[in-house]
Design a protein. Structure first.
Length: 428
């Protein structure tokens, strides 16, 4: 039977979200149609994430649920590359993270009953740029600038799926962004596993050079620069701070800490120390006081003592991040850390709860300082009669208006603050 309707479900990071946009774009370009109802679909696709165990278990449960529909089920994303043996079932079709451009070929092979798994596991250097894509949020354009990383983190399974660092050509990145802007995007996300490693596989760090070229593109738009590891930020720190002063760049800095204990950072194989992280934060805040600081922390990593944990707790009090991606350590099969002695579950849970409570208390107090402030925001979406917008510091602002304001930069006054968003009112 020739398939017509395709269902796709996405998990994970912004790069995965962009991969799904590309898959959808290729599907539509081929003449097939998309459906949000798996029961109406001829072929099902799950674009998977494997960053931690709860996500993996959730996806495994979803696969079992969709298998009951007795339809061809394609597993894409990170899971096939690291869990290939577990996923090899008669009704499952696997697509490597490095072969997403082969999605139409895979669907055709399935319909012809001619699927050969190894054809879709060739580890090619696939450039995920300048392809058809279907954006759910029309004003946001996601551009991946590289694949893989230079890290060797002992807790990470994703690096086995993404592979070695492969920086995309600058001219292709610029062309991709220009196409998004031409199609009406006003907010550009630059994303990857480590943006600050851009170009290092070619012998030098090219991130500053790339950003300058992007900033030179004509038009009114804003750039959100995604996650950057401290060890790769340090060599370009002075230039990066200057770049961030440009009005086109959101004052949003995502630097993962993971732990404030140098002993734990060494055990994680993270290639930097706590002071390196602090130096980066202090230099950015000195030049850009209101910058939004986002960081990631893993609590209860194997071997984390109460003293190690207390260092992390104290550092959160000191730097007062605006965004904290907090996770309890999960043992991921296939990683070196999985072989280490684990922190007792009860104690691990206690530490997570305590740290999250501290963060929420600090953030709510910080957010109160925004009350009654006028803010220039970029409006990027509308949901349930609320406009969704971002301040220059990437603060999420919700406000109501009868006017057509999508894609515009307007001024609002902050009248209420919550933990993860602000409420504003339009300044006439």
């Amino acid at each position: 039977m020739t398939p017509k309707f395709i269902f796709i479900e996405t998990y994970g990071c912004s790069a995965n979200l962009n991969n799904s946009e590309i898959i959808k774009g290729l599907i539509l370009q081929s003449g097939l149609e998309l459906t949000s109802n798996p029961e109406l679909a001829d072929v099902l696709i799950i674009n998977t994430c494997i960053v931690k165990e709860p996500t993996e278990k959730k996806i495994e449960a979803r696969i079992l649920e969709l298998e009951k529909l007795n339809k061809p089920l394609i597993i894409a994303g990170c899971m096939p590359d690291v869990r290939k043996n577990e996923l090899q079932k008669n009704n499952l079709y696997l697509l490597s993270n490095h072969q997403i451009k082969s999605i139409i070929k895979l669907i055709r092979k399935i319909s012809e009953n001619n699927y050969i798994e190894n054809d879709f596991f060739i580890n090619s250097k696939e450039i995920k740029l300048n392809l058809p894509k279907s954006n759910e949020v029309k004003k946001i354009g996601i551009t991946q600038i590289l694949e893989g990383c230079l890290g060797q983190c002992n807790f990470c399974i994703t690096r086995f799926a993404k592979g070695k660092l492969f920086s995309y050509p600058q001219e292709d990145i610029i062309k991709n962004i220009q196409a998004d802007l031409k199609n009406g995007c006003k907010e550009i996300w630059l994303t990857s596993q480590d943006n600050s490693a851009y170009g290092l596989d070619r012998g030098k760090n090219e991130l500053i050079e790339l950003l300058r070229k992007i900033l030179a593109i004509d038009g009114k738009f804003r750039i959100r620069l995604g996650m950057m590891n401290p060890n790769h930020v340090l060599p370009i720190l002075k230039d990066l701070v200057e770049i961030y002063k440009d009005e086109k760049i959101y004052k949003f800095l995502h630097i993962p800490l993971q732990s404030a204990s140098n002993n734990i950072l060494k055990s994680m194989n993270r290639f930097y120390k706590k002071q390196d992280f602090l130096d980066i934060i202090k230099k950015f805040r000195k030049q850009i006081p209101n910058i939004t600081i986002a960081t990631d922390i893993i609590v209860a990593y194997p071997g984390e003592t109460q003293e190690d944990y207390q260092e992390t707790l104290n550092l959160v009090k000191e730097i007062q991040p605006d965004v904290l991606n907090l996770a309890k350590y999960w043992s991921m099969k296939g990683t070196p850390a999985a072989e280490l002695k684990q922190v007792p579950k009860k104690e691990a849970k206690r530490r997570v709860v305590e740290l999250m409570c501290l963060f929420r208390k600090v953030l709510l107090e910080k957010n109160k300082l925004w009350i009654n402030k006028p803010v220039s925001v970029l409006v990027y979406d509308k949901f349930n009669n609320n406009y969704l917008a971002r301040s220059p510091e990437y603060k999420l602002v919700l406000f109501k208006s009868q006017k057509n304001l999508l894609g515009k930069i307007i001024k609002v006054k902050i009248i209420k603050t919550e933990q993860n968003h602000f409420i504003g009112e339009l300044i006439n």
